[in-house]
Design a protein around this ligand. Structure first.
Ligand SMILES: [Zn+2]
Ligand SMILES: [Zn+2]
Length: 210
């Protein structure tokens, strides 16, 4: 989509770019430019006008994933802006959190998406240009549900292995196995009937697991 056109020629969604000044003063962890508040659907994120990277709170990313009716509009809005600088996200480099300046963790969204986010456990998530579009694409194609199924299978495998090990092991090892088995059982139960949101947080790898 060309900058300045109002509708995405691919999906027809209107590209509205509503910038907001919410008093947040942060700068881009890649190119140091000031970040600008930007409405994506009903969610406010912070964008670097130069490299097109996005900073958002973890719950903002979750809302964006959940709001499937907004996805076409979000993609169109992001496409309607041409960045002036290219951050070189191909290079593996740890970048500082825009808020607390500590180096962020690199986390594969939902373990399996291949989108490597930069995450500060305390403050939020940094996505380089194009990564939010890839996450939206992953969610649209059922990636979260697939990841949940995969996780359930892995947990079930883990439990079978533990059960087998316990059956074969001496009594001295049993108490540890009991604990592990109970922990895995609890995770299995929650995974079995939790909504995708819960997996999403879990898959973010940070906000539920100690
Ligand atoms: Zn930037
Ligand atoms: Zn931080």
């Amino acid at each position: 989509m060309f900058a300045g056109s109002r509708f995405c020629p691919r999906c027809g969604a209107e590209a509205t770019r509503e910038q907001v000044d919410d008093g947040v003063t942060l700068s881009c962890p890649r190119c140091d430019e000031p970040l600008q508040g930007l409405k994506l659907g009903a969610t406010t994120v912070h964008e670097c006008g130069a490299c097109g990277g996005l900073w958002m709170a973890p719950d903002a990313l979750q809302r964006l994933c959940d709001a499937r009716e907004e996805h076409a509009g979000v993609v169109a809005t992001l496409a309607a802006h041409a960045p002036t600088a290219t951050a070189s996200p191909d290079t593996v480099r740890y970048i500082p959190c825009p808020r607390c300046r500590k180096l962020m963790n690199r986390v594969n969204f939902a373990h399996s998406s291949g989108v490597v986010m930069d995450v500060c456990k305390t403050d939020g998530v940094w996505l380089d240009r194009g990564e939010l579009q890839r996450i939206v694409d992953f969610v649209e194609h059922g990636g979260l549900e697939t990841a949940r199924e995969h996780e359930k299978e892995q947990l079930a495998d883990e439990r079978r292995r533990l059960d087998a090990a316990r059956a074969a092991s001496a009594a001295s090892a049993a108490s540890l196995s009991d604990l592990q088995s109970a922990a895995i059982g609890a995770r299995l139960r929650t995974t079995a009937d939790t909504p995708v949101e819960r997996l999403f947080q879990d898959a973010l790898g940070l906000f539920l697991r100690p």
